[in-house]
Design a binder for this molecule. Structure first.
Ligand SMILES: [Zn+2]
Length: 87
């Protein structure tokens, strides 16, 4: 038996599963790892230092685009967050 490195559950040690009890735990552990910044991302962040933003939201959206391109964009219109109407 071994102990899962993600959830701590005991699991039978086999050749296939080594550190984690299930593939789900392995995936979750992988997702939680702190992502390292790529060189291009660091460069883009440095470039932000030279940019003047009219609002915090505009800055947040630029940061999101660099750091979390997989997340939905913050809808900034003329420097302000535009909340989509539900109707
Ligand atoms: Zn587990």
């Amino acid at each position: 038996m071994d102990t899962c490195s993600y959830c701590g559950s005991p699991f039978p040690k086999t050749r296939r599963t080594r550190k984690y009890c299930t593939n789900r735990c392995r995936t979750n552990a992988c997702l939680e790892k702190r992502p390292r910044l790529k060189a291009g991302e660091v460069e883009a962040l440095h470039a932000l230092l030279d940019v003047e933003f009219t609002t915090v939201e505009a800055l947040r959206e630029r940061l999101r685009a660099i750091l979390a391109p997989h997340l939905p964009a913050i809808p900034v219109v003329e420097g302000r967050v535009s909340i989509p109407r539900m109707d």
